[in-house]
Design a protein around this ligand. Structure first.
Ligand code: NAD
Length: 335
């Protein structure tokens, strides 16, 4: 079996690749993996180092918008797992060109190539943000309409619709996954969990948007990857599958837990003006993937967050390289 993983040098994609090569997902135990990644600022240094020695891995530095390249790479592929994207909401608010280019045009190029290569399965990895904000106690399911509010989520919603259209129009065996806020090791320090952890480790203050009452559902990256693997192996073509973590927290609550794990207090927090157009609450049901494919989140949030904080504490060289600063002194955490 041959799997092409786009964005395999980024946060979630690199976890997925490592898991496939380690045999975490029995369906793909013998698979060869080709990573296609442009290695933008978001690709972590050495994210694939552990996997690079494997004879089952080929890494190609390239752009998903490069049609001849994607056609060549997808020829002979059985499965495409499409993680590559511009993924940071704040950057999309500042300038959205790259988001439209990669997330919409890039996805289109891959779908075209997949159609020509007759790949047996195409998993398009998307986000709960495409549904927009929902008031308590509501939860979006897969039938809910998309109503994205940021340029990032609008570009992801556009790519979801294109992917589903390629199933409906051309019969391409596409599945779309929509996942909640994912956390874990190897995530770029621009995202809230690693941002707060690494700033506190560096002796800096952390910026909390608005009054901190925004609510997100948190999903450990291992559970996210397991959900994607289940959909890749057994999802029904043309279907959307939500993947949730089952832990809803306000950003204020999340901040308090991070401070607690690092022995810091609220004097380290700056309340900053809210993000433009900030969605108040994301929440989804994952009943469909549970009923059809046996998915359930397995990493308790307290344990996953403690492991994540410990990882950043032990790997300052990883994130200082991305932030472009000096590594702080190594410190031990009791995890
Ligand atoms: P990331 O930003 O860490 O990684 C994205 C990767 O894509 C990087 O390695 C980057 O180099 C690569 N890339 C960007 N543009 C490219 C291009 N034009 N051609 C080839 N490669 C390119 O992102 P992530 O957090 O790992 O997210 C992966 C996917 O999961 C994205 O599609 C994102 O929308 C989705 N998602 C993320 C979350 C989350 O909380 N992080 C939640 C739900 C869904």
């Amino acid at each position: 079996m041959h799997i092409v993983v786009t964005g395999g040098a980024g946060f979630i994609g690199s976890h997925f690749v490592r898991q496939v090569l380690r045999g975490t997902h029995p369906e793909f135990r013998a698979a060869h993996v080709t990573v296609l990644d442009r290695f933008t600022y978001a690709a972590g240094p050495g994210n694939l180092r552990e996997a690079e020695g494997s004879s089952r891995l080929t890494v190609v530095k390239g752009d998903i918008c490069d049609q001849p390249l994607v056609e060549r790479l997808l020829t002979g592929a059985d499965l495409v797992v499409h993680f590559a994207a511009e993924s940071h909401v704040d950057r999309s608010i500042a300038a959205a060109d790259d988001f439209v280019r990669t997330n919409v045009m890039g996805t289109h190029r891959l779908l075209e190539a997949a159609l020509r290569a007759r790949v047996a399965r195409f998993v398009h990895v998307s986000t709960d943000e495409v549904y927009g904000s929902i008031e308590e106690p509501g939860r979006w399911d897969e039938q809910s309409p998309v109503a994205p509010n940021s340029p990032y989520s609008a570009s992801k919603a556009a790519s979801d619709l294109l992917a589903l259209a390629y199933h409906r129009t051309h019969g391409l065996p596409v599945c779309v996954t929509r996942c909640s806020n994912t956390y874990g090791s190897h995530q770029h320090p621009e995202k809230v969990v690693p941002r707060f952890v690494t700033r506190i480790l560096s002796g800096q203050r952390v910026p909390l948007y608005g009054d901190g009452s925004h609510v997100r559902d948190w999903l450990h990256v291992d559970d996210h990857c397991r959900g994607v693997a289940l959909v890749a192996a057994g999802g029904r073509p043309g279907q959307v599958y939500n993947i949730g973590g089952g832990t809803e927290l306000t950003n204020r609550d999340l901040t308090g837990r991070i401070l607690g794990l690092l022995g810091a207090d609220w004097s380290r927090v700056d309340h900053v003006p809210d993000r433009k157009g900030h969605d108040v609450r994301y929440a989804l049901t994952y009943d469909k993937i549970s009923a059809e494919l046996g998915y359930r989140p397995t990493v308790p949030f307290e344990e996953g967050l403690a492991r994540t904080v410990a990882w950043y504490t032990r790997h300052p060289g990883w994130w200082t390289a991305l932030r472009g600063d000096e590594a702080p002194p190594r410190r031990e955490v009791p995890v």
